[in-house]
Design a protein around this ligand. Structure first.
Ligand SMILES: N[C@@H](CCC(=O)N[C@@H](CS)C(=O)NCC(=O)O)C(=O)O
Length: 206
């Protein structure tokens, strides 16, 4: 059985857990906070969560975990059949991950560890987030799902990246990330009701 390592408070752990549920795979959760200990780095080379354990072997990075799960259990598919649309789906995932979530993540030390970030960094975050969210809204269809009719991996990244980024942007740099983005706002509300995502949220708050 697959073991999922990490903590329920993590957005990427939650994403990997939602994927396992979506794919109807049996799994077990193992509490493992991030660490720079050698034994942890052997499982996840940057010391981050999540990672999965399969027959004693470890795999980290949520996108790599997705790639593995998609091949292990192709149903339901989370990438469109059409090669170009599949590429566009991954393009959207990249922008959500790198140009929105990772940018907002620069605010995390201030919120979690009360380590103030500089005004210069805050200005950069505001400018970079504005660019990132524009890129996302240019690519996202949002009717009814991120890429249109098909529910895909981009929906998971939309939910878990925009959720954390929105919270960090509001509380640390006083930016409403989804201001003027009614389609993305409605998409996130729909996704919150999607069974795999709803179960992860319910269990995180239990
Ligand atoms: N690129 C990684 C990011 C994972 C990540 O940022 N994990 C956070 C928790 S959500 C973490 O472990 N942070 C601890 C650290 O950076 O040391 C992925 O997609 O899985």
């Amino acid at each position: 059985m697959i073991k999922l390592h990490g903590l329920r408070m993590s957005n990427y752990y939650s994403l990997a857990k939602a994927l396992l549920i979506e794919k109807n795979l049996s799994f077990e959760e193992v509490k493992a906070p991030p660490s720079q200990e050698e034994s942890y780095l052997e499982r996840s080379p940057m010391g981050k969560m999540p990672s999965i354990e399969v027959d004693g072997r470890f795999l980290s990075e949520s996108l790599a975990i997705f790639e593995y799960l998609e091949r292990l259990q192709p149903e339901p598919p989370l990438l469109p059949d059409d090669p170009f649309v599949a590429g566009k789906t991954m393009e959207l995932v990249c922008h959500l991950k790198l140009d929105v979530e990772l940018v907002a993540r620069r605010c995390l030390p201030e919120l979690l560890f009360k380590k103030p970030i500089s005004e210069e960094t805050k200005s950069e975050v505001r400018a970079d987030l504005a660019k990132g969210i524009k890129a996302v809204s240019r690519l996202a269809v949002c009717e009814p799902y991120a890429m249109g009719d098909e529910f895909t991996i981009a929906d998971f990244y939309a939910f878990y990246c925009l959720g954390l980024a929105g919270m960090l942007a509001k509380s640390v740099v006083d930016v409403d990330l989804l201001d003027g983005q009614p389609e993305l706002t409605a998409l996130l509300a729909r996704l919150a009701e999607h069974p795999s995502i709803a179960r992860v949220s319910a269990e995180a708050n239990a």
